[in-house]
Design a protein around this ligand. Structure first.
Ligand code: BG6
Length: 481
């Protein structure tokens, strides 16, 4: 087993910082952000001096004691197992709270200034963990309140609803912040196994040349989820699976899977490489897409009668460039499905198998000749191939080579996706964050589909979608069922 690099390498501890958490009482703050910040604190990856100012509108009726209690219980409930212990009191000393409504940020400005003096922080980082309608008012209030200058903005998804709203959001952001102060977060890019796509491709002579239409017949990215939209009916009705997952997460991972070798592994080069993929993305239309809706969705609270919101998407996507011409990329994701997984599969062209006449040769498109990347936490990789079976005949049968993060590396220093990205933003490293241009292009390529979407087909909970989903990928098949 290898030991991974220790996080106390010089330069990994961010400079003093003030972090303002808008949406301090919300679900994301409770489930991911506060436990994540606490974990960074325990791992020695928070700045020596920092302050986290929780914020929400006055109607939320929270104060500093209330915020500390929310933080304590979210660390206890959602933190890592060894989480809720004596260290929390040390962490809690850095927590404060300031109610703020967008009509007047003067109280918040005073709180940020005081915290900067106390900690010696040069930068304030504003995290917008708020519902999308609040993005623009908060961004404008940060600008007019004099808080944006020299600060950083972390903004959550969904980044817009379509091209027009994404452009409006970018215009509002650029009215207060310069592009290099903006951190558009997509937590999938914070996942260790997703970043490993870049290592696997660009550090290995075994794989790098194979990542090409000459060797690959198709690529698929399969991200089924078992959860229903339980409790999120109103949000989901506005969003649907395409906006919630495809335009946000799966197409970004596709950017990693399909990019040309970036000049460097920095923000400029990675975004440029992803943007080139997105520029070559053939606009999606309903001819290449199946929408599904799980049975029972219409009975969920907050869902409109007769709603046509999709809870599942399967799409065939084409990248019209020299590397990928003629290679279909299949994407699938959905709620209430038969597995909870994130798996990218590269299907290789199979040689003529006629010479193995006697053998029980699996058909083209089945599980042999594949490179399978499980993008879960922790991830794994499998190479599926055909090998001779022992004995006097020249039979071949499926065999595999596998790598698992958990079995091969010491995972002690692993960071969860949000932890990694929070730490990057505190360091001022935008490598894993998304640029305005790429996001706008994804909305542009999605427009024909979103303007004229297919009608969702019903599927039973716990399955992998309706038959149309299976047909879409033929003659291949979905890795997970
Ligand atoms: C979120 C979506 O961005 O990602 C959710 O809004 C989805 O609907 C989630 O369940 C999946 O993230 P993860 O990290 O659990 O795979």
């Amino acid at each position: 087993m290898q030991t991974s690099t220790k996080p106390d390498r010089e330069g990994l501890r961010p400079d003093s910082a003030v972090l303002v958490l808008f949406g301090a009482s919300g679900d994301l703050a409770k489930r991911k952000l506060i436990p994540g910040l606490y974990h960074l604190y325990r791992a020695g990856l928070m700045p020596e001096n920092f302050r986290i100012i929780g914020s929400a509108p006055a109607e939320v009726k929270m104060d500093v004691e209330g915020f500390v209690e929310v933080a304590r219980s979210s660390v206890g409930t959602f933190g890592r197992r060894e989480g809720a212990d004596a260290d929390f009191d040390g962490f809690a000393k850095s927590l404060s709270y300031c109610a703020a409504s967008t009509s007047d940020f003067s109280g918040l400005a005073a709180a940020v200034n005081d915290a900067r003096k106390e900690t010696g922080a040069e930068t304030a980082v504003f995290y917008l963990a708020v519902p999308p309608p609040a993005f623009i008012p908060v961004i404008k209030a940060l600008g007019t309140g004099g808080l944006a200058q020299g600060s950083r903005l972390i903004i959550e998804k969904p980044f817009g609803y379509d091209l027009k709203s994404a452009k409006e959001l970018n215009t509002a952001i650029h009215g207060s912040f310069s592009e290099d102060e903006v951190y558009r977060i997509d937590h999938f890019l914070g996942k260790e196994a997703v970043q490993n796509i870049l290592a696997l491709r660009f550090a290995n002579g075994i794989f790098e040349p194979a990542w090409h239409r000459s060797f690959l017949e198709y690529v698929q990215l399969d991200v089924p989820e078992t959860l229903t939209i339980e409790g999120r009916g109103a949000f989901y009705e506005e969003t649907g699976a395409y906006r919630d997952m495809i335009v946000t997460h799966l197409l970004q991972v596709l950017g990693f899977l399909a990019m040309e070798p970036p000049e460097k592994l920095d923000a400029r080069s990675l975004n440029a490489a992803k943007n080139n993929v997105f520029a070559a993305l053939r606009p999606l239309t309903k001819a290449d897409v199946v929408f599904g809706q799980y049975e029972g969705y219409l009975q969920e609270p907050g869902v409109a009668a007769g709603s046509r919101t999709e809870t599942l998407v399967a799409a065939r996507v084409w990248i019209d460039n020299d590397r990928w011409s003629g290679v279909p990329f299949y994407l699938r994701t959905g709620k209430a499905m038969g597995a909870e997984k994130s798996v990218a599969t590269l299907g290789f062209r199979v040689p003529d198998l006629g010479r193995f006449e006697e053998a029980n040769v699996p058909l083209r498109g089945t599980a042999s000749n594949q490179l399978v990347l499980d993008l879960g936490d922790p991830g794994s990789i499998e190479v599926a191939f055909l090998a001779k079976t022992p004995g006097v005949t020249m039979d071949v049968a499926p065999a595999s080579l596998s790598f698992s993060y958990a079995e091969s590396f010491n995972m002690r220093y692993e960071l969860a996706a949000y932890e990694r990205l929070l730490h990057d933003a505190l360091l001022g490293d935008r490598t894993l964050f998304n640029a305005a241009e790429g996001i706008e292009r994804l909305w542009e390529a999605s427009a024909p589909l979103l303007e004229d979407p297919p009608r969702p087909v019903a599927y039973a909970k716990g399955t992998f979608g309706p038959d149309e989903v299976t047909k879409l990928i033929e003659p291949y098949s979905w890795k997970l069922g």
